[in-house]
Design a protein around this ligand. Structure first.
Ligand code: ATP
Length: 358
């Protein structure tokens, strides 16, 4: 039996605050799905409803055919890892890792075996008798993970689990966690506000904004084809231009101040409608070389305003009659960087213009 996780039309109110509004999504067994969004958008509350630490005001949570909406957290086939680790400071590593088994009355020798296997899995073998305060932050995080995994949950819920680690350790742990998830085949629902982390680790990302889902997709879909202004702005750097839709036969433009951005005509848009477009800086080239030779590239003349050197790349700010666009150029040789004040041509493949509908 496959155990797809279903979150069905879930809403959560805390008094007059609506933390989560009518959120629905499914996560197929064995997938790594991330809830991503800014602080306060409802990520943790959604996760806590799946874990059973909060009861939805409306809606249901199911695992396969099993409705777990009202089930006690410890009876659910879920387990949660917290940013703060939430380890018991006065218990040993072994007691911490084995806690869930003890609660389920697993006999002591089976417990010891399973604790040892878990510590092997997290590559900290033989540290059963250590105190929690003798461990580094990264080691504590692994122990927290082992404690959550030992009960063999079908779904592991992780709330910013790497948030307290320094950047280097965090990057290493991202890869390790992803590898572990693939090895174990457990469904992971991961919460973070760090877009790079989400892009690196997830099979799919669900973007939340003010308690509602903005967009769901693979990391590439989310990055390459944001559908709303919020998603385009939240993920990565982008050029966001607000304008007006103007039909022109089979083609159309979005008039954005001094810049006309050509797009395919949209059946859902009407002449004069407000519309925004986004173009990633790395999709814009200096010169007129962008596009695939089929004539559907966008070429504009402007002036280089500023060049910000960042090592491997440079951000080039270009103004087109007062409208600024930023492009990112690989730095192979600093001699080839443009000079502020010089005239320039910029171009991009029309396919890389994202029309934002929300
Ligand atoms: P963060 O990244 O800061 O943890 P989040 O996206 O996880 O944020 P939530 O913690 O789910 O967001 O909070 C969503 C909203 O619900 C916020 O406005 C928050 O203040 C509110 N909220 C969360 N828990 C409670 C609570 N127990 N009582 C009252 N309001 C709450």
């Amino acid at each position: 039996m496959t155990s797809t996780l279903h979150v069905d039309s879930v809403t959560k109110d805390f008094g007059s605050v609506r933390a989560v509004e009518d959120v629905s999504f499914t996560v197929d067994e064995g997938k790594f799905v991330t809830l991503l969004g800014p602080s306060g958008c409802g990520k943790t509350t959604t996760l806590r409803m799946i874990a059973g630490f909060e009861t939805p005001t409306e809606g249901r949570v199911r695992l396969g055919d099993h409705d777990i909406t009202m089930e006690e957290p410890y009876l659910r086939p879920t387990s949660m890892v917290f940013q703060s680790y939430a380890l018991f400071p006065h218990k040993t590593v072994g007691e911490n890792v084995g806690f869930g088994l003890k609660m389920r009355d697993v006999p002591a020798d089976e417990r010891s075996d399973r604790i040892a296997k878990m510590l092997d899995l997290i590559e900290l073998p033989g540290i059963e008798d250590r105190g929690i305060d003798e461990l580094s932050g990264g080691q504590q995080q692994r122990v927290a993970l082992a404690r959550a995994l030992i009960t063999e949950p079908e779904v592991l819920l992780l709330d910013e689990p790497l948030g307290a680690l320094d950047l280097k350790l965090r990057k290493n742990m991202q890869v390790e966690l992803k590898n572990l998830q693939e090895e174990l085949g457990i469904t992971f629902v991961y919460v973070t506000h760090d877009q790079e982390e989400a892009l690196t680790m997830s099979d799919e990302i669900i973007i939340l904004n003010e308690g509602e889902i903005e967009q769901r997709g693979t990391p590439t879909e989310i990055y390459e084809s944001p559908r709303t202004r919020f998603v385009a702005d939240f993920i990565g750097d982008t050029n966001l231009l607000d304008g007006t839709y103007v039909e022109n036969g089979n083609a159309a433009i979005v008039e954005c101040g001094s810049v006309d951005v050509p797009i395919d005509s949209l059946s859902a848009a009407t002449d004069g409608q407000s519309l925004s477009v986004s173009i990633r800086p790395e999709k814009i080239a200096l010169g007129d070389g962008a596009g695939n030779g089929n004539g559907n590239s966008v070429t504009l003349r402007g002036e280089v305003e500023d060049v910000i050197y960042q090592g491997n790349v440079a951000k080039v700010h270009v103004t087109i009659d007062g409208t600024e666009l930023v492009l990112e150029q690989q730095v192979i040789d600093t001699v080839n960087l443009p000079t502020p004040g010089s005239e320039c041509t910029i171009s991009w493949d029309q396919e890389n213009t994202n029309v934002l509908t929300g």
